[in-house]
Design a protein around this ligand. Structure first.
Ligand code: ATP
Ligand code: MG
Length: 318
């Protein structure tokens, strides 16, 4: 492992959410937002809050939604020098409404927004040239320039002793597209730390059984796998075996962002040299804190906040 910033590439969005449970947006209703959002942005905000050097390569419009995001990321210590501001383009947005069954309906404006125009600007290249670690978020890979930067910077980062983590964050449709599948496989082949949740593990390994899926990924060269299990916590796997840490018992208000905060926290704790079990505990705490607050980035945490939360919150059954 080398020193240096944790860098991620991908979408910055605002999230605007319905205040009532129900199906979609076919009638006028009360909404709350804009909240800063976008999986890579939530992830990097959490890295910044933990005091680790952090930067994001992205793009926003020249509008209030962009400002909301840039102000938050700067406030939390993230280098936003590689976030391009496109005059005349709108910052990306996601309208979300939770269904009574826990599902979600979305209206996305991503591809046609500034987030669809992320590009390898000189500022982006400068940030990537100094990265000690690259975190790849699968949700951004369908943007060709994002995948272009990811695939170009991985060999350079590895050549100087840096590392790569990968949170697939996928919708199944992305893997049905042959180009999408190839992009995911390219990243996976270079991944040191893989952070899947739920069915993502079997989608990637082609093995339905959890143990066989883990073995296949370790054999393919992934160094560490952390499987996120929602309220049940998380498990870590490497060549030496497995470590399971149960989740914290909290009231879930808004699940969005849990996986992103979790991944950032595990990664930072690991880079600080903490034992795996402590890293999982901190990451579970970060994920659990995120779900107790409305808004995907509103529950990101400093180490002091995580320590206080861990001291005060019961742990679920193992
Ligand atoms: P996302 O919806 O952000 O993509 P994910 O599917 O990647 O999430 P999850 O497993 O849902 O990841 O959540 C990540 C972590 O957050 C879990 O491993 C757990 O530590 C914590 N977490 C999530 N939901 C809850 C909950 N309801 N109660 C306690 N902890 C939770
Ligand atoms: Mg996820």
């Amino acid at each position: 492992m080398i020193e240096g910033k944790i860098v991620t590439i991908g979408e910055i969005l605002v999230e605007i959410m319905a205040t009532t449970l129900g199906h979609g947006f076919l009638e006028a209703q009360t909404l709350i937002g804009p909240f800063p959002s976008g999986a890579p942005a939530i992830f990097i905000d959490q890295v910044g809050k933990l005091g680790h050097p952090a930067a994001i390569v992205s793009a926003v419009g020249d509008d209030d939604f962009g400002t909301v995001n840039l102000d938050r990321l700067k406030q939390d210590g993230v280098d936003v020098s590689a976030v391009a501001i496109h005059p005349g383009a709108a910052t990306g947005s996601a309208f979300v409404r939770y269904r009574p069954d826990g599902g979600r309906d979305f209206v996305f404006n991503m591809r046609d927004s500034a987030a669809g125009r992320i590009d390898a600007t000189p500022e982006a290249q400068a940030v990537l040239a100094e990265a000690g670690h690259l975190h790849v978020m699968g949700s951004g890979l369908p943007v060709p320039a994002v995948f272009g930067m990811v695939s170009a910077s991985i060999p350079a980062i590895k050549a100087r002793g840096g590392t790569v983590s990968f949170d697939p964050n996928i919708r199944v449709e992305m893997l049905r597209d042959p180009a999408g599948k190839a992009a995911f496989q390219t990243v996976l082949a270079a991944t040191d730390l893989f952070l899947p949740s739920g069915e993502e593990l079997s989608l990637f390994s082609g093995e339905a059984d959890e143990g066989r899926a883990i073995a296949a990924l370790l054999d393919a060269g992934v160094q560490e796998i952390v499987l996120k299990r929602g309220k049940a916590g998380a498990s870590h796997f490497d060549r030496n075996g497995r470590t399971d840490v149960p989740g914290f018992v909290v009231e879930e208000i808004d699940p969005t962002g849990a996986g992103d905060s979790f991944g950032a926290t595990f990664l930072v704790a690991r880079r600080l040299g903490k034992p795996v079990e402590d890293c999982l505990r901190y990451a579970n705490a970060a994920g659990a804190r995120t779900v107790t607050v409305k808004g995907p980035m509103e529950g990101t945490s400093s180490f002091a906040e995580l320590d206080a939360f861990i001291a005060a919150t019961p742990v679920g059954a193992a």
